[in-house]
Design a protein around this ligand. Structure first.
Ligand code: PLP
Length: 456
């Protein structure tokens, strides 16, 4: 990068998340300067359609006057107060009330934190505390899934089922187990139906519970649709069968709605799209359209009663953040949820999402590089394979997904490269059908250029 340019200063001073630091020193970053609707512009003035809404999160896009005004109003009135002990303020009360009212199944209380990782860590500690409070301290183990993404703090990273989040950190912590990812395209035996595959996965969970002892297994974590792990839509009947096993052994279900919540899948919650009835639900990202950091944990009556009883008998649930329910973040989240109601975010996502899913298949299903196109509502992925018949991927060392994602930038669309050479689409939920078409035109041009490059 040019001396003293933003890219050079970035390379000199910023330590980035999830970045190849050595290469970054030489190349610097793509520096985004401003946003409007579904688009962002870099410092050179080049325009991009943000096909992943940043990190699957900026649901209202990259500008919104109402959210700006909500933040401004709260900044003037009460820029900070906390929620420890018995202290509260209107934005956290209103947001808690709105979340409980909108829950996919009856929920009793909402706890607020600042990120998806914190929400999941908080939920882990609720589950552990809950079982202590009701007199079964040995029931602490947690089931998660390979390829899951639940965050990067120590407990959340342990729930995450991706090798990069474990192997160099001595994770997962003890008592967290990973079962198979529910990905029919790669995980099913030849000829195995989605239903048969789902039964096999439920059997795997039951076998794990029996091996560990049902009185030691507390909860299972699951994203309705796995996001970062590859936009994995589970096979038909999966959650029905998994939940039957969990109920049999009194194992709680925790739905991680950090990506799927607030309309992403074409219903208000991913739990509704996939038939999940969670005891605990975590959410973040679209909760404030990501304009300010905030996350939530919803708990049902049973869990809340445990916390309430426990606080008088075994000592209080010793957990919470300085910024739990931060008033400015909460005020922005309240306004975001009001906008979602007014625009019927789930209905919009269902309608425009149907267009996205149809167009992806119409345009790319026959492409020689594309093996699977998957998704629901406004979340999707296309995966490149070397052999369409056997679903065999390319050698991961070739990093084709990351290379295609990079080439997409040159064509004016930002997508996200995932494992197995998949690229993700998860655009702002305000996207229109014509913007979807424009996004896919640009992606198609990049894919064609990439196909030519690979043939060379
Ligand atoms: N859970 C899911 C499903 C996510 O996709 C993410 C982040 O992408 C997280 C949790 C962690 O959220 P955060 O990055 O805000 O800690």
């Amino acid at each position: 990068p040019r001396a003293n340019s933003p890219a050079a200063r970035d390379a000199a001073f910023a330590l980035h998340p999830y970045t190849e630091h050595k290469a970054h020193r030489e190349t610097g970053s793509l520096i985004i300067e401003r946003g409007q609707g579904v688009r962002v512009w870099d410092e050179s003035g080049k325009e991009y359609i943000e096909a992943v809404a940043g990190l699957w999160c900026a649901s209202l896009g990259f500008s919104n006057e109402r959210l700006r005004e909500a933040a401004d109003r709260q900044m003037r009135k009460l820029p900070f107060y906390h929620a420890f002990g018995a202290k509260a303020h209107e934005p956290m009360i209103e947001l808690s009330e709105m979340l409980v009212q909108r829950a996919p199944v009856p929920m009793a209380r909402a706890f607020l934190a600042n990120s998806g990782s914190e929400a999941n860590d908080s939920a882990v500690k609720m589950v552990w505390y809950y079982n202590n409070a009701i007199g079964r301290p040995q029931k602490k183990k947690i089931i998660s899934r390979l390829r899951a993404y639940h965050g990067v703090t120590v407990a959340s990273a342990s729930l995450t089922g991706l090798p990069a989040n474990h192997k160099l950190f001595d994770l997962p912590i003890a008592g967290i187990f990973h079962v198979s990812a529910p990905h029919h395209y790669h995980g099913a035996e030849p000829g195995e139906s989605e239903e048969a595959f789902a039964s096999r996965l439920a059997d795997e969970i039951e076998a794990l519970i029996l091996r560990e002892g049902p009185d030691t297994v507390a909860a299972m974590w699951a994203e309705p649709i796995m996001g970062a792990g590859g936009v994995v839509v589970p096979p038909r009947t999966y959650f029905e069968k998994v939940q039957a096993v969990l109920r049999k052994y009194d194992v709680l279900l925790v739905a991680d709605e950090v990506i799927c919540g607030f309309g992403r899948t074409g219903a208000y919650w991913g739990s509704q799209s996939l038939g999940m009835e969670p005891d605990i639900l975590t959410c973040a990202k679209a909760l404030s359209s990501s304009f300010l950091p905030i996350s939530g944990v919803l708990v049902n009556e049973r869990i809340f009663e445990g916390l309430a009883e426990g606080s008088s008998q075994i000592g209080t649930w010793g957990h919470g953040f300085t910024y739990s329910g931060h008033p400015v973040s909460a005020a922005v989240a309240v306004e975001t949820l009001k906008i979602y109601d007014e625009m019927d975010v789930a209905g919009h996502s269902r309608q425009v999402g149907a267009h996205l899913q149809n167009e992806l298949r119409r345009r790319f299903a026959d492409h020689p590089l594309i093996g699977e196109i998957r998704g629901m509502g406004l979340i999707a992925a296309v995966e490149m394979v070397e052999d369409k018949a056997t679903h065999r991927n390319f050698d991961p060392a070739r990093k084709l997904g990351a290379r295609l994602a990079k080439l997409c930038e040159a064509h004016g669309v930002i997508v996200r490269g995932l494992a197995n050479d998949a690229v993700a689409f998860s655009p702002p939920l305000i996207i229109t059908e014509s913007e979807v078409d424009e996004m896919l035109e640009r992606f198609g041009a990049a894919l064609e250029a990439f196909t030519v490059e690979l043939r060379r």
